[in-house]
Design a protein around this ligand. Structure first.
Ligand code: NDP
Length: 453
């Protein structure tokens, strides 16, 4: 680490104690940006880096609700409004027991650069709660969402802050949240994205993050005159992003062989085909079951339970050319990264946010594999949320083809922006620097234009 980054991180850590994920995200960006600050002293003069790591606003609130037994439960709600230099705050809501201030700040920080990369006018935000929807009845989830929105509704709006889904927040939760917003504010507006198709949602929004991560991989492969056809792919997670990553991989002739949840993972050497994927979608989205059932249904698959004491994740230790981490942060540790490389993996396209630890990122960059970091590779989700906002404003709905074509175009332009910025600043092929720099420049220039606010 350079002396500049080291000193910068001392201050960040002192001000944001006990937020390791936030420190990790900031350190990666600061490391990439040093070459930019050296070339452009105006960013140092205007203290852009110091300002960009400070959220514009943090909202933290009590979320009391009643479970099916009539008992009172209390969760904590958050919204981080990180940066609005280029548009209203935009970013998902996460409901998961691990949610805390530091995790949401890291996600909001990443979102600022990601949203800038999409070419659409969206600032960065993120929110959520330590509520765990797993094992809760639909009525309990509804009561929680209603209580959460009673407070959040004071802070958001179609021109202020437009949340969407993330881990634990899918179509069901967005429906309950939207209903409560509409009731308390007495307005029908595009205040959330990921809405149902009959009430303002966009075609392809549910598919967009997974599809986008696959398009990003295809764009990276194109630089080597290769395609995804016939490639074996490791996919983690089995939620929204993982499911539609598999679907697009099948469309493009690749072979996904793994899926996981927090209980364990399945490996299906024969490949997860369309029929098996339909089973997973029903299992996860309707029956809300565990991935273990896949191996009970299909004899070609094996299931391995998660070992909390293991020093690596065996999912990443299979022969494959491509990896699509699509579950959660830091799910690929240094040993996993080495296992991937030793097994011949040379394409990593991150559907999840920050799924690879810094040492793993360094290994991928040093080995010069095609490594697409999350803030670029998974930007298709928020880009399509941006398209949903546009359709809401125009009171129009585009066709599936139209949205999918725009998504593919946006992913190509994000890819090209990363390649262009990495070359311009002397690190060709380094998509990490490319994404951080291209995302930063637009926001930084807007911040300077708008004065010290
Ligand atoms: P879902 O809730 O639909 O699915 C998450 C999946 O990851 C589940 O299979 C879940 O298993 C698994 N998982 C979650 N946390 C852990 C954990 N701590 N350990 C092991 N497995 C875990 O979420 P999404 O698919 O929407 O999100 C997945 C990732 O993609 C996240 O990093 C998210 O931030 C990122 N992302 C999502 C976008 C979107 O549009 N939805 C946009 C951009 C990024 P289990 O059910 O057992 O918890």
């Amino acid at each position: 680490m350079s002396a500049f980054v080291e000193q910068f991180m001392v201050d960040v850590k002192a001000k944001n104690a006990a937020e390791p994920e936030f420190h990790q995200a900031v350190e990666e960006v600061a490391t990439s940006l040093e070459i930019v600050l050296d070339k452009h002293p105006e960013y140092r003069m205007h203290k852009v880096l110091e300002r960009i790591v400070e959220p514009e606003r943090v909202i933290m609130f009590r979320v009391p609700w009643q479970n099916d037994q009539g008992e009172v439960e209390v969760n904590r709600g958050f919204r981080i409004e990180m940066n609005s230099a280029i548009g209203p705050y935009k970013g998902g809501l996460r409901f998961h027991p691990s949610v805390n201030l530091g995790i949401l700040k890291f996600l909001a920080f990443e979102q600022v650069f990601k949203n800038s990369l999409t070419t659409l006018p969206m600032g960065g935000g993120k929110g959520g709660s330590d509520f765990d929807p797993k094992g809760k009845s639909d009525n309990e989830v509804m009561r929680f969402c209603q209580s959460f929105m009673t407070e959040l509704s004071r802070h958001i709006g179609p021109n202020t802050d437009v949340p969407a889904g993330d881990i634990g927040v899918g179509g069901r939760e967005i429906g309950f949240l939207f209903g409560m917003y509409k009731k308390v504010r007495n307005e029908f507006t595009g205040v959330l994205t990921g809405k149902g198709l009959d009430w303002g949602g966009s075609l392809i929004r549910p598919e967009a993050t997974g599809y986008g991560a696959v398009y990003f991989a295809a764009n990276m492969l194109k630089t080597r005159n290769e395609t995804l056809e016939g490639k074996t792919c490791l996919v983690s997670g089995s939620g929204n992003v993982a499911q539609f990553t598999c679907e697009k991989l099948l469309d493009l002739g690749a072979k996904p062989v793994t899926l996981s949840d927090s209980g364990g993972y399945i490996y299906d050497e024969a490949g997860i085909d369309r029929e098996k994927l339909a089973f997973v979608m029903d299992l996860k989205n309707v029956r809300r079951g565990r991935i273990k059932e896949y191996a009970e249904k299909y004899s070609t698959a094996t299931y391995k339970e998660t070992d909390p004491n293991a020093d690596h994740n065996p999912l990443w230790d299979h022969k494959a050319e491509c990896a699509f981490p699509s579950a959660t942060e830091n799910e690929i540790n240094a040993k996993d990264a080495r296992n991937l490389l030793n097994n011949g993996c040379y394409v990593v396209s991150e559907g999840a946010n920050m799924p690879t630890v810094p040492e793993g990122v360094d290994l991928f960059v040093d080995k010069k594999i095609l490594y697409g970091p999350g803030k670029a590779a998974n930007a298709g989700g928020v880009a399509t949320s941006g398209l949903e906002m546009t359709q809401n404003s125009m009171r129009l709905s585009w066709t599936r083809e139209e949205v999918d074509n725009r998504l593919a175009m946006i992913m190509e332009s994000i890819h090209d922006a990363c390649v262009g910025a990495s070359e311009r600043f002397g690190t060709p092929g380094n998509y990490v620097n490319g994404a951080n720099i291209a995302g930063f420049l637009k926001v930084a220039d807007a911040m300077i234009d708008q004065g010290v606010v």
